[in-house]
Every structure is written in C-alpha cells, then in structure tokens.
Design a protein around this ligand. Structure first.
Ligand code: NAD
Ligand code: UD1
Length: 339
C-alpha cells in the first residue's frame, strides 16, 4: 500500500515514515521544508534502509500535488503538514487558516480527483481547550482557544462532513497529546527553529548548555505541586498509532476519532526531575508567571484507542527523557541548517 506522508520531514513525520516502512507500507513524502530539513529524511532513509520519493511541495499548491498523485498511485494519506505554533497563530491567523485549513481542503480535493479516500489526520488535544474533567475522553466537550486549535477543530468537522456525504471514505482523526522523545538511534528527533516554545525541547537545550535556565510558567495551579500537568507520549508510540489507524481503516469505510496519549499526567517539576535523571545534568529553573492561554491539567483517557485501533503507548517517562537526551546531546544544534 502506497502512503503519501505530508509533512514527512518534520518531527512526527520522520518517525512515522520509519514505522510505516517497518510495517510494510511504501512511503512518499511531500513537505515544503518550512519547519524542517531535508537532512531528517536522509537519516530516515538510512534508518529504514530504503528510498523514499520526496517532493518539495506546498500542500496549498494544487497543480504540484496533482503531479505527485499522477506519478504514484497513492492509496492513502497520512496528513501531518501544517503550522503548529500557538502564539504565532494568534498573530497570523490568516497564515494558519490558509495552510492548515486551506491546505487540507486542497489536498482532499486532489485525493477525490484520484479516488484516494483514506486519510489519517494529525489533530491535537488542544481541541479540548480547558478540560472540565480528566482523564479526557473523545466525547468530552470541545472548545479550541486559539486559531491553531480552531484550525484543527475545523478540519475535524470538515472530515466528518465529507464522510456524511460519502461514506466510502476511511478517515482517522488522531488527537495527539504531548509528543516528546526521539528515535533510539539518536539520528532523528525534534529540532525547533529558534528558542523552543515547548517544555521538553527547552529543558533539553538547558541540559546541553545552550540555554541558561528554564522558566516554569506558573507555580500556583490547582495541581499537586502547583505546576502544569500534561500527558507526555513517546513520538515512536505516536508514530505507531498511525500504522495501527491505517490497519483499522482497512477493515471498512468509517470515520473515527482517537486520543493518542498515555493516560498519565506529569507536572513540570516532575519532568525536570525525570530529565535530570536521564541526562545526569542539573536543570536550573525559576518559577515565573503563568503563560497566557495555558491550562492546569490535561491527560488522555486512552481506552478507546485500545478498543478501536488496538493501540496502547508502551514507553515510560524515563525512556522518553533518555531518548530526547540522546538526540539532543548527539545533535547539539539539531540538523545541519541546509535544505
Ligand atoms: P513539524 O513542524 O515538525 O512538522 C510539520 C511539517 O509540515 C514540517 O516538516 C513542515 O515543513 C511541513 N509543512 C508545514 N506547512 C507545509 C505546507 N504548507 N506544505 C507542505 N509542508 C508543510 O511538526 P510536528 O510536531 O511533526 O507536527 C506534525 C503535525 O502534528 C502538525 O500538523 C501539528 O499541528 C500536529 N500536532 C503536533 C503536536 C506536537 O506537539 N508536536 C501536537 C498535536 C498535533
Ligand atoms: C502546547 C500548545 C498546545 C499543543 C501542545 C502539543 C501552547 C500554549 N499550547 O501545549 O496547543 O497542542 O503544545 O504539544 O503552546 N512550560 C514551562 N516552561 C516552558 C515551556 C512550557 O513551564 O518554557 C510548561 C507549560 O506551562 C505546560 C507544560 O510546560 O504546563 C507543557 O508545555 P508545552 O510543552 O508548551 O505544551 P502544552 O502547554 O501542553
């Protein structure tokens, strides 16, 4: 089965390509490299020991996408291309809606032209907004709080509408919790542009000495130690969730939504401790004001993922931190910055 991975050079995409190839899928990648480097794909090819056709194409460029679909008889799409910085989405909503929502419309249109009706989409736990209760089930209330989150919610609704009018589609909407970690080889991992927004990339850059200290955003949340609690999931577990979704979609046309999380929440202070243990480095930190738009607690109820796609996260926190550390310490500045 030939799978087009949009955003395949990115953090989740590079790990997903490897798991897809390991499971016997043929992979083709489309990515405009706006937030990634071709180097990640070179390394994926080494790790997967096979060639991966790559197209430097923007998902908003319909003629270019058509060329890719003409060249390869694509059976399904894992759609990860998109913009993901929450703060930037507030400043540049048009850019975010154009790329995330507009790009998805164009991609889907092209898929229809080629009668390709299988898609796995990268949604986010951000669609739950500030959850009223945890653990969060898939049928919990939805309330995205910013343009990034709303773009994910709109796309989920768009795919539900597509299925409502044409029930021959096979659609998986995956709500990721907080992916961290890296491939065991230390060859691929998360490589943020500039100063990281997210906790673990920030901590790992403190650990290698690139950043001085971590600012802990808020010490007065209603959580056991006052700092924010999240469901951190190993990126390789997440990648396997895409393979399992494609396998479940093979059974019959359907649309489903699943949470991809571990079901366990860890606070910022617990993450600092776990990372210190894995890296054997001290992480200096200072508790500062809360970050605008942050929530106190968010972790998944992953029961439905087990039922629906026979998937369960396997990696524990220590391995997530050890693997992040291996990647970061072997690649101090991430991938070489050529394209
Ligand atoms: P990433 O930025 O590493 O990967 C996204 C890839 O898409 C990049 O390689 C980028 O160059 C590419 N891309 C962006 N716009 C494009 C366009 N117009 N045309 C073609 N390629 C384009 O991010 P990631 O962490 O791997 O996330 C992948 C997907 O998962 C995103 O859609 C993101 O919103 C979603 N997601 C990520 C997280 C997370 O914490 N990492 C959580 C929930 C959901
Ligand atoms: C962020 C995004 C969210 C996205 C999620 C997926 C924001 C506001 N939200 O959420 O939309 O779905 O990533 O990965 O960006 N923290 C610090 N110091 C830091 C960085 C983070 O204390 O320098 C804290 C945060 O307050 C939070 C926890 O660490 O309690 C995790 O933060 P982060 O990694 O940014 O993820 P989310 O806040 O869950």
């Amino acid at each position: 089965m030939k799978i087009l991975v949009t955003g395949g050079a990115g953090y989740i995409g590079s790990h997903t390509c490897i798991e897809l190839i390991k499971a016997g899928f043929e992979v083709i990648v489309v990515d405009n490299l706006c937030n990634s480097s071709f180097e990640s794909l070179k390394r994926v090819k080494i790790l997967a020991d096979c060639d991966i056709p790559f197209y430097n194409v923007d998902i908003c460029d319909k003629p270019a996408l058509i060329k890719v679909f003409k060249k390869h008889s694509i059976d399904g799409v894992v759609h990860l291309a998109g913009l993901k910085a929450v703060g930037e989405s507030v400043e540049k909503p048009i850019k975010y809606y154009n790329t995330n929502v507009g790009g998805t419309f164009i991609l889907t249109d092209v898929m229809c032209e080629f009668n390709c009706k299988t898609i796995v989409f990268s949604s986010s736990a951000t669609v739950y907004g500030d959850p009223q209760t945890v653990p969060i089930k898939e049928n919990s209330p939805l309330s995205a709080k910013n343009p990034y989150g709303r773009s994910k919610l709109m796309i989920e609704e768009f795919f539900q509408d597509i299925f409502a009018t044409d029930d021959s589609w096979r659609i998986a909407l995956l709500r990721y919790f907080n992916p961290i970690g890296a491939h065991k080889s230390g060859l691929i991992g998360e490589d943020p542009n500039g100063v990281p927004n997210n906790l673990i990339p920030y901590i790992s850059q403190v650990a290698v000495g690139k950043l001085e200290k971590l600012s802990v955003f808020g010490g007065d949340y209603d959580t056991p130690d006052g700092t924010g609690v999240r469901d951190y999931i190993h990126v390789v577990d997440l990648a396997k969730g895409h393979v399992k979704s494609l396998q479940a979609l093979k059974n019959k046309p359907q649309v489903f939504i699943v949470n991809l999380g571990t079901g366990k929440g860890f606070s910022v202070l617990e993450m600092i401790k776990a990372f210190e243990k894995a890296s054997k480095k001290k992480i200096p930190y200072q508790i500062v004001d809360r970050r605008l738009g942050d929530i106190a607690i968010c972790y998944a109820d992953p029961t439905f993922a087990k039922e629906k796609i026979n998937w369960k996260a396997e990696y524990e926190l220590n391995e997530m931190c050890e693997d992040t550390w291996r990647w970061q310490s072997l690649n101090l500045d991430g991938y070489p910055r050529y394209k």
